[in-house]
Design a protein around this ligand. Sequence first.
Ligand SMILES: [Mg+2]
Length: 120
Amino acid sequence: MNGEFLRDIQSIAETMDGYQKAARKTAIYPTPVVYPALGLAGETGEVCEKIKKRIRDADGDFNDPEFKKNIQKELGDVLWYIANLSADLDIKLSTIAETNLVKLYDRADRGKIGGSGNNR
Ligand SMILES: [Mg+2]
């Protein structure tokens, strides 16, 4: 990993952990882990549903401002559930992002971005 990558990671970490902390203040639910996991699945479904309907009803035009506004809200819901699910598991949002980026940059360095499998 180069220096630029490490600087990028540090700057986004503060922002992501700040978001997670703020989202945590609005997390009121009965069953930690389970509730946000189910909510994540539901909100991901809402994102997919809106995209499906855009294909069905608008020839797959994803540039409509109203569509973008609505998909932005649903992606925000997805983010909220990811932030709180990971908080329930005592995992910082920045740790998730960093682990993912390290994996992807490593694959890119090795020319393995394409293809499939979790452990390329
Ligand atoms: Mg929603």
